[in-house]
Design a protein around this ligand. Sequence first.
Ligand SMILES: NC(=O)c1ccc[n+]([C@@H]2O[C@H](COP(=O)([O-])OP(=O)(O)OC[C@H]3O[C@@H](n4cnc5c(N)ncnc54)[C@H](OP(=O)(O)O)[C@@H]3O)[C@@H](O)[C@H]2O)c1
Length: 240
Amino acid sequence: MRRLHPSPAADLSDDDLAAAYALPPGRSVRVDFVTSLDGAVTVDGRSAGLGSPGDRRVFRVLRALADAVLVGHGTAAAEGYRPVAADSAVGRLRAALGRPGTAPVVVVSRRASLAPGDRLAVPSTVLVTCASADPGRRAALADAGVEVLVCGDDDVDLPLALDRLADRRLAQLVCEGGPALLTAALAAGVVDELDLTVSPALVGGESRLVTDALPGVVRPRLLQVLEEDGVLFTRYAVDR
Ligand SMILES: NC(=O)c1ccc[n+]([C@@H]2O[C@H](COP(=O)([O-])OP(=O)(O)OC[C@H]3O[C@@H](n4cnc5c(N)ncnc54)[C@H](OP(=O)(O)O)[C@@H]3O)[C@@H](O)[C@H]2O)c1
């Protein structure tokens, strides 16, 4: 993988990648997505059809640098999410960077859809939901050890959720989507960074990065472009 902008450089190591995506201390929400050239985020319902070895490397580095992984329930279900294990590639990279080997997965679900038997229904998981979610379901998840954060009445209040996560020392989050969560986060003005992998493919269809009109056009600022095998790895700042 090489850097095209700023200051071109070749053969980036994992340490170089970690430096390229390093964050200053303090709270942040960075969003990590892979899209096709025409903005599609899935092929046959999954992101894997757009992926590449380089995308998986960046995905691992962004997870390794984060305090927690933030994800919508739709993505967690579609992509078969599981807890971040210390003996995984991400866990080993985290340890090499001097960080705890595991990181919580924070699932956002208005309806508290996580099933008690789900792979994510374990004590390292945090569920962000709202008061209107079924109380029995919330209680069952809490019984399974999931930390259930009720943020908002009929809808999840994302700014409140981020405050409550920061109170738990989960200050730097990598948000892995999906489009519904990204759209809500952009509308709520809580996104600081967009790390978009652009895969050289045209897919068509309706699975888009942003699902609805936003209150205003968001104009991210380009910070960095990496490249490998024709795949672009962009890093944009989003001014709140
Ligand atoms: N290309 C990529 O990088 C990428 C990344 C992520 C996902 N994807 C793809 O995107 C698809 C899923 O899309 P999606 O838009 O359905 O994903 P999503 O945003 O992960 O899931 C939507 C669900 O998550 C919960 N949710 C999301 N935002 C919420 C909010 N602001 N407040 C409360 N609950 C919220 C709701 O769950 P409840 O219904 O339980 O309330 C909602 O139904 C999958 O096919 C996945 O493979 C692609």
